[in-house]
Design a protein around this ligand. Structure first.
Ligand SMILES: Cc1cc2nc3c(=O)[nH]c(=O)nc-3n(C[C@H](O)[C@H](O)[C@H](O)COP(=O)(O)OP(=O)(O)OC[C@H]3O[C@@H](n4cnc5c(N)ncnc54)[C@H](O)[C@@H]3O)c2cc1C
Length: 442
């Protein structure tokens, strides 16, 4: 029997990494809190199909997905409608969350992964600073490596000894509190299919109303927790502008949290590796995390397979840490500075930014490969566009100051990620993590 791997929580990246490991002879078991049929949300998600290919998975059947619609961004004063124009080859796919799980789990089972459903993980089990297993209501399960795929509030990550330098909790402005529901569609709406309202009616929130074919899909997201009363009030106001948004809830209608922050500073420890939302791998400004955790799964599986001595300690798993940051983390971290700048703006300032084309349709054209500031900058650096942005910004000293602060933050983040230790030395790693985290103070 191969080395024993526990995947704590059935997150997408953990299952995908588990599949590649099981295929290579490891004994992999996923411990998931929910029943199989209750996994995933009752809604659709948009993600880059290359995530599936990175893990050696095939495309789902053609009737299981659509190509995503371009989004139209509407500024707080509703004076501008800025529509994306994502090239077809960069379009993400839109798929039911339950179908994504069906696809990934079927693949993992074929590779030999075992699943224990309705088994919540309560805590990590430690021995002399090493994670040696997990605790569930049924008792203790030991393993050579625990892959933490239990999401944003992982009970494994949040109960690790502080000395490992792994952050336990998300801070203020680092997660999005989201309501999502699908409503009946009383009429067809001419024009934009996917309407995204920024700071709708003066609230520091992002809302979307999207024609989903059969239904109208609504998302309301905020940096502070929201209650149903407020959701109902916002739904009522959204209906004034969106006649295709009916009053009858058809699907979903629940709350969830999305990490919108820099990736976890330290992903590994002896016997432990975090992946997906438990390691905050989402794109900070937009919250997409499915493709990223699948791409990270490939790096993690390759790292574990390459550890021929079966140590799975900080030193050997550091290859995963550096590999993840190389392909994704170094690009995602500066986007957390962009998100912080957005949290510092008020509605009038955001209006100014749109009305003066400091952000335009090219900048909002976020495609499958928009995983880094460099990929998002694209057209922004064209001389004509840049001239417009600079002259627009300097005319408003408050906006200009906030943009300058963001640029300086990005420079600090870039310097911090570049200074990541080459090798795992716990003291050095903990010191580095604290300087990296300090770059994201609001
Ligand atoms: C409203 C909303 C919309 C989103 N839209 C998109 C989108 O369109 N595109 C995109 O790419 N991403 C989207 N995301 C983000 C995406 O869901 C995550 O980034 C992605 O799923 C990766 O997270 P994960 O699989 O690691 O964790 P999760 O999806 O949180 O999965 C964690 C799993 O662990 C299980 N678990 C939790 N605690 C325990 C425990 N104690 N014991 C055992 N099991 C446990 C959970 O039941 C769950 O099955 C959205 C998120 C939300 C909330």
């Amino acid at each position: 029997m191969g080395k024993k791997i526990i995947v704590a929580g059935g997150g997408h990246g953990g299952i995908a990494a588990g599949a590649m490991l099981a295929e290579n002879g490891f004994d992999v078991t996923v411990y998931e809190a929910h029943k199989r049929e209750d996994m995933g949300y009752d809604w659709t998600d948009i993600f880059d199909r290359k995530g599936l290919f990175a893990c050696g998975m095939e495309m789902p059947a053609e009737d299981k997905y659509l190509l995503k619609n371009d989004m139209t961004f509407i500024n707080p004063a509703m004076t501008m409608r800025v529509k994306q124009h994502v090239p077809v080859e960069e379009l993400e796919i839109q798929m039911e969350r339950k179908e994504i799980y069906n696809h990934i789990i079927a693949h993992a089972e074929e590779c030999g992964v075992k699943f224990k459903y309705e088994t919540p993980v309560e805590a990590p089990v430690m021995l002399g600073g090493r994670v040696v297993g997990i605790k569930t209501a049924e008792g203790v399960e030991y393993a050579d490596l625990v892959i933490d795929a239990a999401g944003i509030n992982s009970p494994v990550r949040s109960q690790l000894p502080k000395a490992l330098g792994i952050q336990h909790k998300v801070q203020e402005y680092e997660q999005f509190f989201v309501y999502r529901g699908f409503f009946n569609k009383p009429c067809e709406c001419e024009g934009d299919k996917f309407r995204v309202y920024l700071f709708f009616k003066g609230r520091k929130m992002i809302c979307w109303v999207a024609d989903d074919g059969e239904y109208t899909d609504v998302l309301i997201g905020s940096f502070v927790p929201i209650e149903m009363d407020e959701v109902n009030e916002i739904l009522g106001e959204l209906r004034e502008y969106n006649p295709d948004l009916g009053t009858e809830i058809v699907r979903g209608g629940s709350f969830a949290n999305i990490p919108v922050r820099q990736p976890l500073a330290v992903l590994v420890a002896d016997g432990y590796a975090a992946i997906g939302d438990s390691a905050f791998m989402t794109v900070p400004v937009i919250g997409s995390g499915i493709a990223n955790c699948l791409k990270a799964a490939r790096v993690l599986a390759d790292t574990v397979i390459a550890d021929k001595d079966g140590l799975y300690n900080g030193e050997t798993l550091w290859k995963y840490q550096r590999g993840f940051y190389k392909i994704l983390g170094n690009g995602l971290a500066p986007l957390a500075s962009v998100k912080l700048m957005l949290t510092r703006l008020n509605g009038e300032e955001l209006d100014y930014i749109f009305e003066n084309e400091i952000l335009n349709a090219d900048d909002m054209t976020i495609g499958a490969d928009s995983n880094s500031l460099a990929s998002m900058l694209g057209g922004m650096l064209e001389p004509e566009a840049l001239k417009k942005k600079v002259s627009g910004s300097v005319k408003n000293p408050v906006v200009f100051r906030k943009i300058v602060k963001m640029v300086s933050d990005i420079a600090k983040v870039t310097a911090a990620t570049t200074a990541m230790p080459l090798k795992y030395d716990r003291k050095l790693v903990v010191k580095w993590a604290s300087s990296y985290n300090a770059c994201f103070k609001r």
